[in-house]
Design a protein around this ligand. Structure first.
Ligand SMILES: C[S@@+](CC[C@H](N)C(=O)[O-])C[C@H]1O[C@@H](n2cnc3c(N)ncnc32)[C@H](O)[C@@H]1O
Length: 270
């Protein structure tokens, strides 16, 4: 078992390397990301994720949940760094100070094979999603409804950005995420054995009035331009969520939540 190494220097190389994961470029290069706080780290552990590095504030892991996380990380062979309050303040986000954080490997799954997706599953495709807060909220909602997984289509924001991770409240460790380019997605949609349900503001069908044949693939458009014409054309159904006010559209995360609950509702029980 490795002994924890206390760090007090703000210019320590490990501290600088972990801080650098704030940058998307560094997350891409290393394949790593940071999750902050005991609640997220417990969810990670419960989903079988072992941190590459666990960082905790000196004195904070004397007992309780943080102690358990440190013990688990040490037993799993992770690097464990005990740091001063000043060092942790430098590593953690300013508006959400925590006493423990973990550095994890990013996980992207291989895209689902259409002929192997069970008929009772629902998948979600997000085209060109831009806002990490929206993406994190959607991952959390997908977890809540038992979604099979999420497919990120085209150029999207990073699900492993800190803002997204925080909004997932730990669901980043539970929901499978795949990514693919547009051409691959269009082929997937063509091969999908159930309904491919696009959400579109010009659709004439009410999202509540439809029977959705499983496995369902729900397709959501981007915050700015909405669903592309090629993605819309690849859908077997296009539906709209009615709106009473004079607004153009709903927030993407809200619209996704309504769709997920409409389709997954019959599978959910209190
Ligand atoms: C903020 S909206 C994009 C609005 C965009 N200006 C457009 O014309 O589609 C982002 C996505 O949320 C979904 N969405 C939002 N409101 C919706 C509604 N009332 N009915 C169906 N989908 C909706 C769609 O997938 C849409 O592409």
């Amino acid at each position: 078992m490795n002994a924890p190494k206390p760090i007090t220097s703000l210019t320590n190389d490990r501290v600088k390397a972990i801080r650098a994961l704030e940058m998307r470029k560094m997350r891409k290069e290393t394949g790593l990301f940071v999750a902050e706080g005991t609640s997220l780290l417990v969810t990670a552990r419960d989903n079988g994720f072992v941190p590459e590095t666990l960082v905790y504030q000196a004195g904070a892991a004397a007992s309780g949940i943080a102690r358990g996380l440190v013990t688990h990380a040490l037993k799993s062979g992770a690097e464990v760094l005990e740091v001063s309050e000043a060092v942790l303040a430098k590593l953690a986000s300013k508006d959400n100070p925590q006493t423990v954080l973990g550095v994890f490997k990013q996980r992207f799954i291989a895209p689902p094979r259409p002929n192997e997706v069970p008929a009772n599953e629902t998948w979600l495709a997000l085209e060109e999603i831009r806002d990490p807060g929206n993406l994190g909220t959607i991952i959390r909602t997908a977890d809540a409804v038992g979604c099979g997984g999420i497919i990120l289509v085209g150029t999207t924001c990073d699900p492993y950005a800190l803002e997204a991770i925080r909004a997932t409240m730990g669901s980043i460790f539970a929901v499978p995420i795949a990514k693919m380019n547009h051409a691959t997605f269009l082929q997937l949609a063509r091969d999908w054995p159930g309904d491919v349900i696009g959400t579109h503001l010009t659709a004439r069908d009410d999202f509540r009035g439809e029977d959705y044949r499983g496995p369902q693939l729900i397709v959501m458009g981007s915050e700015g331009p909405g669903l592309s014409s090629s993605a819309a054309a690849a859908c077997s159904k296009l539906v709209k969520i009615p709106m009473a006010g004079k607004l153009d559209s709903l927030n993407l995360a809200i619209a996704t939540a309504l769709m997920l609950y409409q389709v997954r509702g019959p599978h959910l029980k209190l």
